[in-house]
Design a protein around this ligand. Sequence first.
Ligand SMILES: [Zn+2]
Length: 249
Amino acid sequence: MSARRITDRIWLVGSGTDPQAGTDPHDCHAYLLDGGTEAALVDCGTGLAHERLLANIEDTGCLDRLTTILVTHYHADHAGGAAALRAATGAEVRAAPEAVTALAAADEYTTQVAAARTAGIYPADYRLPGCADARPITGGTVLRVGGATVEVHDAPGHCDGHLCLLADIGGERALFSGDAVFAEGRVSIQPIPDCRPHAYARTCRALAELAPDALLPGHGAMAPTGGARHLDQARDHFARLTVPPNLGA
Ligand SMILES: [Zn+2]
């Protein structure tokens, strides 16, 4: 098991599917952004294999410089590892206000962990680990991670409090899209109370404007180059008042 380099300054350090960087089958893709003097983790996996994730971060040489843990949204496959990784590294956890509140309360209803467990998506004994001291970020916030900047974009639709993160390092722009948009313009619409197709369409329109070089989603294929094309596909589907294909469909 080892980290997998995706671009010059970005590594895959956790995944449910990647043969090299895989951590736990229930985990999303977790990325490490190397900003030089500082580094940031984007998404945390479930926490079921946080030690493997830490080992992968160590493998990048960035563990001692990890200052920030960014969480795209409060679903457990992205946010469940936040508490353990914060405890192990001291890095600060940043997420949308909705996610900060839900994680502080280990709220398994708002985050749909209870429903997902019943559906067999998570092991029967899995519980969402609470994270008491995450700090809120919202659209328009610009964070510095060493020599990189990370622009925060509100991206509701898949769930409330979903953020997408646009990193710029040396002019190379990568969009961490969480569960908002995947390769080939796929989306993730689920029958849950805070999945909102109309907001999803607006989100996809706004994300396409960003035209990043790399599209790095929370699941499935990654696009280290030509990322904009995938965002255009999702935008164009919604513009025709049709729903883009779902992830895994
Ligand atoms: Zn999700």
